[in-house]
Design a protein around this ligand. Structure first.
Ligand SMILES: Cc1cc2nc3c(=O)[nH]c(=O)nc-3n(C[C@H](O)[C@H](O)[C@H](O)COP(=O)(O)OP(=O)(O)OC[C@H]3O[C@@H](n4cnc5c(N)ncnc54)[C@H](O)[C@@H]3O)c2cc1C
Length: 433
């Protein structure tokens, strides 16, 4: 019987160090990031990244033989909860999306040569990467429809198509591109992943798409979402990841742990918003009392606390399943946490904005930015509806239609069976009457 909610003391010390480091060194960066260009950002990050490396917390998501720390998903989850409090923290720890997921892809599917050329420099922080799958003209929630093609030509592949929302694409040194190699194959065996260096002729980055997250048009900065045309971009066959048709298989192995990290990071954001909600409730006076004495606000606080706890336990449980039983066993749990956490944590931030009134809506507080970021949680790595569908399908597999379509719990039918089962006793009782 080994259900245990405790954290090893040595790792708790690491978490304490991370909490202090992120609060003292990263949170201040948030307030000046708009004044910095990519070079300025890198100058600020360089000494911070050194300190993280000295502490043994750099690139913690991969196994030690690949330069990582070999943390399981549970430890990584707890770590991401701390890093999630600021969108700028993961970059100081070498585990920022999409580099962390891409390094997992390279670790799973890369050849020794690909690992030497791309994975090790990526882990060392010497290269940056992007993941280029979503297309403007096809539904990203159903990637079997991808249209970008990779056609074999001698020792090369020639890639043509249009992608967008390739996060960090405009600052990346290489992109992992998902393209169709065999349009006639079964839907999940049509696509293949390729490593495409950013300076490949024919790789044309059109813009970083302005979003709710970054409404002003900017280009070439951490966190941008690039729109890219691949116009006959030619890469050697040695840049193919895995075998032809293995793109989906590899991407699932990357996405499952990534979703645990996302959910835990969102918890970090929501906790920060929750702290602001509670702080505001102690001093803002309206209609005869501070907000915290109005029942609606008390409901917000109680509901938020309950929902965050539920999301946290569900996510850590999914991490535990993954650590103890493997990625496939955690599939259902991961879909569950992806849509549940995205929704409830978004609502916690919404309540904190509401409690702060016009101040919450203003850029004088980080809440409005958190709210804009949170809106994307319900979309990327699979929209809510797709995860709900996946959860429902998996659950429904455990059920079969009842004989003659009579519900198993139908009371009159059960009563007939029960009368047979207990006939003797029922008869005796009736005889006594
Ligand atoms: C901030 C951000 C970062 C991103 N980063 C990357 C990246 O680095 N690389 C990359 O390749 N992509 C990235 N994406 C793209 C993301 O993965 C896609 O937006 C996502 O997969 C949804 O695809 P879509 O936008 O084409 O929406 P669509 O597939 O067109 O879906 C639109 C809507 O249709 C509805 N829908 C879809 N399926 C169903 C269903 N089965 N039942 C009911 N309703 C349904 C949902 O409401 C869904 O939101 C990013 C997106 C965002 C917002």
């Amino acid at each position: 019987m080994a259900w245990d909610f405790s954290t090893e003391p040595e790792f708790e010390q690491q978490l304490d160090w991370m909490r202090q480091f992120v609060r003292e060194e990263i949170w201040p960066l948030e307030t000046v990031v708009g004044e910095l260009d990519q070079t300025g950002l890198e100058r600020i990050y360089a000494p911070l990244q050194e300190r993280v490396k000295e502490r043994g917390l750099w690139a913690a998501h991969l196994d030690p033989e690949l330069g990582g720390q070999g943390f399981g998903q549970l430890k990584l989850g707890l770590m991401h909860e701390v890093l999630g409090t600021s969108p700028f923290a993961p970059n100081a720890f070498g585990c920022q999306a999409p580099d962390s997921g891409n390094s997992e892809i390279l670790a799973i599917a890369g050849t020794d040569e690909q690992k030497d050329r791309f994975l090790h420099p990526l882990l060392a922080g010497d290269l940056k990467s992007a993941f280029s799958m979503t297309e403007p003209q096809t539904a990203g929630s159903d990637p079997t429809q991808l249209q970008t093609r990779a056609v074999r030509d001698g020792d090369d592949y020639v890639i043509s198509g249009r992608k967008w929302f390739s996060s960090n694409g405009s600052i990346a040194d290489f992109l992992i591109v998902m393209a169709v190699t065999d349009p006639q194959a079964r839907p999940h065996q049509r696509a293949t992943m390729f490593i495409v260096p950013a300076d490949t002729p024919g790789l044309n980055i059109l813009r970083d798409v302005p979003t709710m997250e970054h409404p002003q048009e900017e280009f070439g900065k951490l966190g941008g979402h690039a729109e890219i045309v691949y116009d006959q971009a030619r890469v050697p066959a040695a840049n193919r990841l895995g075998a032809e048709g293995e793109g989906f298989l590899i991407s699932q192995q990357r996405l499952y742990p990534g979703r645990i990290h996302h959910c835990m990071r969102w918890l970090g954001v929501a906790q920060r918003a929750f702290d602001m909600l509670c702080e505001r409730s102690t001093y803002r006076f309206a209609h005869g009392s501070v907000l915290g004495q109005h029942q609606t606000v008390q409901n917000w606080i109680a509901d938020s606390a309950a929902e965050m706890q539920a999301a946290r336990l569900m996510t850590l449980h999914a991490a535990w399943v993954m650590d103890t039983q493997g990625t496939a066993a955690a599939r259902g749990d991961i879909s569950l946490i992806k849509f549940y956490s995205a929704g409830v944590l978004h609502d916690v931030i919404d309540r904190a904005v509401q409690a702060h009134g016009s101040l919450g809506y203003s850029t004088d507080l980080p809440l409005e930015a958190m709210y804009r970021y949170a809106r994307a949680w319900r979309l990327y790595d699979g929209p809510d509806e797709v995860h709900r569908q996946s959860v429902a399908r998996q659950i429904l597999r455990r059920y079969t239609p009842p004989p003659d379509d009579v519900p198993s719990e139908h009371v009159p039918t059960r009563r007939v069976a029960a009368r047979e089962k207990f006939a003797e006793i029922l008869e005796a009782v009736t005889a006594n009457d």
